[in-house]
Design a protein around this ligand. Structure first.
Ligand code: GTB
Length: 217
């Protein structure tokens, strides 16, 4: 059955791979599943046809036969559960990998998103200068805890898993803040993720869509 995902017709990041279709592409590449991409404009995302797939009018979505999914955590978990390569066989190890997926989107990603919002949408507010360091320190708190847990290990819990795929995808969004580089083992962890052939294929595929197009927005 053909898998179809949606992605930005023109990503605001100009192809840096920061939009969330990259993590879905990466998961599909890791498990060797071919997929097609339907590109959508910002306007089309808010129209009924796309809202029927994604109630919040966002990308990415995932279609496979009569199944439609949204939310990258759920999409990557679906891919990982149906194809070998992203979740361990042992039941407890599998649950721990899924725990890391939730930790990525529920515990580590929120302050990173908050910083992006504060910079891009609230940068002109009078209180912005005072707020930014507070958010940056919330990111540092999480990074320090994650860095302590990762230590010298390559991945969060044994072999590379969907938990690492989600965590690396979340962490790399913080790179432009410079905070990631304050934690050398986390920066190396992200680099290890990005060095995986499946990540490179995913990155190149989204770049092919966006290369040469001026960033949207
Ligand atoms: N929780 C959802 C998920 O994980 O799937 C969040 C989905 C989401 O935020 N989608 C964004 C979107 O569709 C694109 S990825 N936004 C359009 C809208 O809401 O109208 C977020 C994103 C966008 C742009 C960059 N960038 O340019 O750097 C990075 C990340």
């Amino acid at each position: 059955m053909t898998i179809i995902i949606t992605a930005f017709e023109r990503s605001p990041d100009g192809g840096q791979g920061l939009a969330r279709d990259t993590r879905v592409r990466w998961a599909l590449e890791e498990v060797g599943q071919p997929y097609e991409v339907r590109l959508v404009s910002f306007r089309a995302m808010k129209e009924p046809a796309h809202l029927a797939l994604h109630p919040f009018g966002q990308i990415p979505t995932y279609e496979e036969g009569d199944l439609t999914l949204f939310e990258t955590g759920a999409i990557v978990l679906h891919i990982a559960e149906r194809h070998a390569g992203l979740l361990p066989d042992d039941a407890n190890a599998r649950s721990r990998a899924i725990t890391w997926m939730f930790a990525a989107v529920n515990t580590v990603e929120p302050p990173i998103l908050e910083l992006t919002t504060a910079r891009l949408l609230e940068g002109d507010k009078p209180w912005s200068k005072e707020r930014l360091p507070l958010i940056q320190n919330r990111i540092r708190d999480r990074f320090k805890q994650l860095s302590n847990r990762l230590g010298d290990d390559d991945w969060l819990d044994g072999a590379f898993s969907a938990g690492d795929l989600m965590m690396v995808s979340v962490l790399l969004r913080s790179r432009s803040s410079g905070i990631l580089d304050e934690y050398p083992n986390l920066a190396a962890y992200v680099a290890r993720g990005e060095a995986r052939p499946a990540y490179k294929r995913a990155f190149d595929a989204q770049l092919a869509v966006n290369a040469g197009k001026p960033p949207a927005g």
